[in-house]
Write a protein that binds this ligand. Structure first.
Ligand SMILES: *Cc1c(COP(=O)(O)O)cnc(C)c1O
Length: 360
C-alpha cells in the first residue's frame, strides 16, 4: 500500500501534476534558461502575496528565512510574539543568534493582543517584531492587520511575519499591510514537497540589512536582492522545486484566489461542523481560528493514538495527534492545499467509521 494521504498540517498531500513538474530538466542556474524560469514565476507569486516587489526563493525550509530575518534585521532588540510552538521557538532562535530578545507570551490556544504589543513597544528599545500569522501548532489565526497597524505606528520597528500555513489559503496583502518581511515554506498551504521557502522584503528591511555587518551569507537579504535584479538566486537553488512552484502558482491563479480562499473556508467549516457533531471543542476561541487547519481538544474518553492509527491503517489517511507540549492533548486536521469538499468528506467519513471503537 502506498504511504498514507497526509491531512497533517504540513507537509500536506502533493498533486501528481506537481511531482511531474519537478521532473523537468536540470539546467545551469547562471544562464538564460534559469533566468526565464525565475522570471516566469514572479508575476503569479507576487499576485498571491499581494505585492509588486520581487519574491525571493530560498532553498531551505522556513526556519532558514526565520533565522535569516533575525540575523539581517535585529540591531537593538527583537520582540517575539509567542503563542505556540513555532512562535515560541523564534524567541529561542533569536537568542541563539546572539541577539537581545524579549517576548510576549500567551497560553497556547490564545491569540496575540495588538494592545499588548503596543504597550510593550512603548517601553522602547525594540527594532524588530516577529509574528506567526497562523500558529500551526494551535490552530490560532492572529489578527495580522491590527498587529501590523500597531507595529507600523512605531518608527524604525520592522515587522516580520511567518505565513507558512496561511499564504494562499487566506487573503494576505503584503503591500497594504505594511509588512517588512513576509515568509512561507512551500510544503504547507502551497502543497509542494518540503525544501523551498519564499519571502519578500520591504525597502526598510533591505536598508536595515545593509547596515548589519555580521548577517552571514546564505540568508543575506542584500544578496537575494542583488541577484534578483538578474532574475537569479545567490547560490544554486532547488530547481525542481522552482518547476513545482511554477506549476502550482499557475494552478492557484487558474482557480482564482477568491475561489481558493472560499474553498479553504468551506473545507474548514466542514471540519468544524464535523467536530461540533461529536462535541469536540476547538482549542482557539471563536474569531481567532485558522481557516487552513483545525486544532481540537482531545476528550478524556478518546483513545486518540489508537483512533489515528486505525484511520491510517484501514483508510490510509493521516491526521496529527498534537504538536509540542500539547501532543496527545489535541489533534489537528489540515485542509490546506488541494483538498476539496469531496476529499475532506472522505477523510471525515473515515474518522467517523473508526471513532466508536476508541471512545469509552
Ligand atoms: C511548519 C512551520 C514552520 C517551520 O517550517 P520548517 O519547514 O520546518 O522550517 C514555521 N512556522 C509555521 C507557522 C509552521 O507551520
Amino acid at each position: 500500500m502506498s504511504k498514507p494521504k497526509l491531512f497533517i498540517p504540513g507537509p500536506v498531500d502533493v498533486a501528481p501534476e506537481t511531482y511531474a513538474a519537478m521532473a523537468g530538466d536540470t539546467i545551469g542556474h547562471r544562464g538564460a534558461d534559469f533566468e526565464e524560469l525565475y522570471a516566469s514565476i514572479q508575476p503569479g507569486i507576487r499576485q498571491i502575496v499581494g505585492t509588486s516587489r520581487p519574491v525571493f526563493f530560498s532553498t531551505s525550509s522556513a526556519w532558514g528565512v526565520m533565522e535569516g530575518a533575525i540575523r539581517n534585521l535585529v540591531q537593538k532588540k527583537v520582540l517575539n510574539l509567542c503563542c505556540g510552538a513555532f512562535s515560541d521557538k523564534w524567541y529561542g532562535v533569536a537568542q541563539s543568534c546572539g541577539k537581545k530578545a524579549e517576548k510576549i507570551q500567551v497560553e497556547w490556544g490564545e491569540s496575540i493582543d495588538p494592545e499588548a504589543v503596543r504597550a510593550k513597544l512603548s517601553e522602547g528599545g525594540f527594532d524588530v517584531v516577529t509574528l506567526v500569522h497562523n500558529e500551526t501548532s494551535t490552530g490560532v489565526l492572529n489578527p495580522l492587520k491590527e498587529i501590523a497597524e500597531v507595529v507600523n505606528s512605531f518608527e524604525d520597528v520592522l515587522l516580520v511575519v511567518d505565513t507558512v500555513s496561511s499564504l494562499s489559503a487566506m487573503p494576505i496583502n503584503f503591500d497594504e499591510l505594511g509588512i517588512d518581511v513576509l515568509l512561507a515554506g512551500v510544503q504547507k498551504a502551497f502543497a509542494l514537497p518540503p525544501g523551498l521557502s519564499v519571502f519578500i522584503t520591504s525597502d526598510a528591511a533591505l536598508e536595515r540589512a545593509a547596515q548589519i555587518e555580521d548577517r552571514g551569507y546564505y540568508f543575506d537579504f542584500c544578496e537575494f536582492a542583488k541577484n534578483d535584479a538578474k532574475d537569479n538566486t545567490p547560490s544554486t537553488p532547488a530547481i525542481p522545486h522552482l518547476y513545482a512552484l511554477r506549476e502550482r502558482v499557475k494552478v492557484i491563479l487558474k482557480e482564482g484566489l477568491e475561489h481558493r480562499y472560499a474553498r479553504h473556508q468551506e473545507n474548514n467549516a466542514m471540519v468544524h461542523a464535523w467536530g461540533a457533531k461529536h462535541g469536540f471543542e476547538l482549542l482557539p476561541a471563536e474569531g481567532f481560528r485558522s481557516k487552513s487547519l483545525s486544532c481540537f481538544k482531545t476528550p478524556e474518553n478518546l483513545d486518540q493514538t489508537g483512533w489515528i492509527k486505525a484511520v491510517k491503517e484501514k483508510h490510509n489517511f493521516l491526521i496529527n495527534g498534537g504538536y509540542g507540549k500539547i501532543k496527545g492533548k489535541t489533534f489537528r486536521i489540515s485542509n490546506m492545499g488541494n483538498e476539496t469538499p469531496e476529499t475532506m468528506q472522505e477523510l471525515l467519513d473515515a474518522l467517523d467509521a473508526e471513532l466508536p471503537a476508541f471512545l469509552s
